[in-house]
Design a protein around this ligand. Structure first.
Ligand code: NDP
Length: 457
């Protein structure tokens, strides 16, 4: 009989925590999991899933216009924010139920409680005011959006957490940030008919992506009527009554708006978790320091997902959770492979990206060849939209290996998931070219780009 209540106790039932818990239980471990909010975590409850539902809703805003060129007349088109929220909530409830059922079916005990670490083998369940012990503790608490508290009136703005539950759709939104969430929500609000202003502190939005991606998304956002203000931050947010706020920018301008949206990043959720009670060390940004097997600086405590701030994406957290369960409960030491992870930004049009950006390839490889194309997709010849599509392939000129692929345009995320298989497998540009095109598609460009890109002198 073990001296512990559980073999594994997981704090946080999000993507990483659920996968690790279920797999460990399936390998025979006695597993408990505590969740203070809702089972499913950020991705399912207030992240990827509801966001994507909002993206679908928003895209119709453009589709009705596009349809006219194909002979349709869409008159008296109305949008009900309330209906979208209700339907979205029903779907999230359904998914939440599935996650709970899956955990229970695997034999995992679920505790609806905030949990804190008391020592290296003990977790305190606040809602039940009692302790449980476990041979291993997995911290999978994710991250949370932050707002810049040094800004006067910062609390007049919302974050993505609240955006999923707004009572009304505002007529005007100001978004702070130039990363995933800022871009995605700016496009969502615009498609739903709001006036949108995006305020970014740098010059190039989505700066972690290839520069051509950044330029193309910037251009497309402006084409849709989103005002993009660069090299500016919020100085102050003022309540001017009637539900309106006035945002004072560092460049001296002022914007009156119904909604201020902070999307300036997320921070690892390690505050008040009691990690110091067990000697778990944090990095400078408060992320839990872990080794290649997700073990913290304390032997019995592991961490996966955004709380470790490695690659903050749902499928990565799932991989890390699975690798942890393999390592600790199936006697099969497993590391997560972080190379060539496909990424998508659900802007409108969306971004799909895998592997090296051009600047990253040039920093590492001597000879880099670029193939790129920028064209008006067939659909828009009749829709009348000026939207353009960009595709770019980054190649090691010496080995001919495709190092990266970047797409901005309809279905970019769907395309890049498939292209990522080829890029990760190390295929060459010649092998891409050897594949017969599928006509008429936009994706056929990926196997028909023959001319190396030469920048204009
Ligand atoms: P990001 O890190 O993507 O972007 C944060 C943005 O805020 C950057 O543009 C950053 O500027 C800016 N910023 C940071 N600090 C300040 C500040 N003090 N004042 C003004 N601007 C500031 O974070 P997000 O919140 O958008 O997303 C968090 C993470 O969630 C992402 O990194 C991603 O891993 C994940 N995510 C993934 C999605 C997907 O897969 N589609 C969707 C949504 C989130 P700068 O660029 O100059 O640093």
């Amino acid at each position: 009989m073990s001296k512990f209540d559980y073999d594994l106790f997981t704090i946080g039932a999000g993507s990483g925590g659920v996968r690790a818990s279920r797999m460990a239980a399936n390998y025979g471990a006695r597993v408990g999991v505590a969740e203070e909010y809702r089972v499913g975590g950020t991705c399912v409850i207030r992240g990827c899933v509801p966001k994507k539902l909002f993206v679908y809703a928003s895209e119709y805003g453009h589709s009705f216009k596009d349809a006219e060129g194909f002979g349709w007349t869409a008159e008296n088109v109305n949008f009900s924010w309330r209906k979208l929220i209700d339907n979205k909530d029903n779907e999230i409830d359904r998914l939440n139920g599935i996650y709970i059922r899956n955990l229970k079916n695997s034999g995992v005990d679920i505790f609806q409680s905030r949990a804190t670490i008391k020592d290296e083998y003990t977790v305190h369940l606040e809602a039940e005011n009692r302790d449980v012990t476990a041979k291993k503790i997995l911290v999978a608490t994710g991250g949370a959006p932050w707002t810049d508290e040094s800004i006067k009136g910062h609390d007049l703005g919302i974050t993505s957490n609240e955006a999923f539950h707004l009572d009304e759709l505002p007529s005007h939104v100001v978004v702070a940030g130039g990363g995933y969430i800022a871009i995605e929500f700016a496009c969502i609000f615009r498609g739903l008919g709001c006036e949108v202003c995006l305020v970014y502190r740098g010059e190039d939005i989505l700066r972690y992506f290839d520069a051509d991606v950044s330029t193309q998304v910037h251009r497309e956002m402006q084409r849709q009527g989103i005002r993009v203000v660069t090299q500016a931050v919020f100085d102050e947010i003022e309540d001017i009554g009637g539900g309106q706020k006035r945002v004072h920018l560092s460049n001296g301008s002022k914007i009156d708006t119904g909604l201020v949206f902070w999307a300036v990043g997320r921070k690892p959720a390690t505050q008040n978790l009691g990690l110091e009670n067990a000697g778990v060390e944090l990095a400078e940004n408060d992320a839990i320091k872990v080794d290649n097997y997700s073990k913290s600086t304390t032997d019995s405590i592991y961490a996966v997902g955004d709380v470790t701030d490695r690659v903050n994406l749902t499928p990565v957290a799932i991989r890390e959770g699975a690798a942890f369960a393999e390592t600790c409960f199936n006697n099969n030491p497993t590391k997560t492979d972080y190379r060539f992870i496909p990424k998508a930004v659900f802007s409108q049009p969306p971004v799909g990206s895998v592997g090296y950006a051009e600047h990253e390839a040039r920093a590492e490889y001597k000879n880099v060849d670029i193939y790129k194309t920028d064209f008006r997709p067939m659909k828009h010849t009749l829709s009348g939209s000026e939207e353009r599509m960009m595709m770019k392939i980054v190649v090691d000129g010496d080995s001919d290996r495709v190092l990266g692929c970047h797409i901005v345009g309809d279905d970019a995320g769907e395309m890049i998931q498939c292209i990522a298989i080829a890029v990760k497998a190390g295929l060459t540009k010649a092998q891409f070219d050897d594949t017969v095109a599928l006509h008429p598609t936009a994706a056929e460009e990926l196997v028909t780009m023959r001319e190396k890109y030469k920048p204009a002198d």
